[in-house]
Write a protein that binds this ligand. Structure first.
Ligand code: GRF
Length: 207
């Protein structure tokens, strides 16, 4: 289970891809935007995730847990849970982690797992809405404003309580790629560090 020692709240970041949100968290920690917590562990479910390079460069312990190495989702999650416990993790930040965690896993960490989603929930979220699909749906619908959301994670994909949101304008001629880039730069990379610090500060105060 969780166990914050005196000092910084211990953060684990779960990744699967490029790790630009992890990088935003690392940079925020270096700049003192994240000051109540410390990233002590990165876990990827993909061996080739560039996020692992970013963790290495920042001197952060990194682990890979591959679903194919386990005969069930439950044993995969048991391994993940063991890694979090070994590092005495207080809060889990899902930053582009492309694996749905079960309700029994998330129930072990009530209000201690947060996720960044690249839309203004409840728009364009839930099953099937990930990565570029989210921005393709926003463009298809013709919304003039989209953005990003940080929310607590529970058993419903993108269903937990909303912590922070930031709106981003959809521009004429946007493609899913140009929109994704703007949402990352102008929203995700700002609100994920801010939300992480807010939650860490609450935990540090004894929430
Ligand atoms: C981001 O767009 C994030 O909103 C979504 O997955 C992408 C991860 O990108 N969950 P990165 O790995 O942080 O660069």
């Amino acid at each position: 289970m969780l166990g914050k020692e005196d000092g910084k709240v211990r953060i684990a970041v779960l990744v699967s891809g490029g790790g630009t949100n992890l990088q935003a968290l690392i940079d925020a920690q270096d700049k003192g935007v994240i000051k109540s917590g410390e990233i002590v562990l990165v876990v990827s479910n993909k061996e080739e995730a560039y996020a692992l390079e970013r963790a290495g460069k920042a001197g952060i312990k990194a682990e890979v847990v591959l679903r194919k190495d386990f005969d069930s989702q439950a044993s995969f999650e048991e391994r993940l849970d063991a890694l979090l416990s070994e590092s005495r993790i207080d809060i889990v930040v899902m930053a582009g982690f492309m694996s749905i965690l079960s309700g029994s896993f998330t129930a072990r960490y009530p209000d201690r797992i947060i996720n960044i989603h690249p839309s203004l929930i409840p728009s364009f979220c839930g099953k099937g809405f990930y990565g570029l699909h989210v921005h393709e749906a926003a463009l298809r619908y013709g919304v003039k404003v989209t953005g990003a959301t940080v929310h607590f994670v529970n058993e419903i994909p993108d269903g937990g309580r909303i912590i922070k949101q930031k709106a981003v304008e959809v521009m004429e001629g946007d493609t899913a790629e140009t929109l994704q880039k703007r949402v990352m730069e102008q929203a995700e990379w700002i609100i994920l560090p801010e939300a992480t610090e807010e939650i860490c500060a609450e935990i540090a105060r004894g929430r």
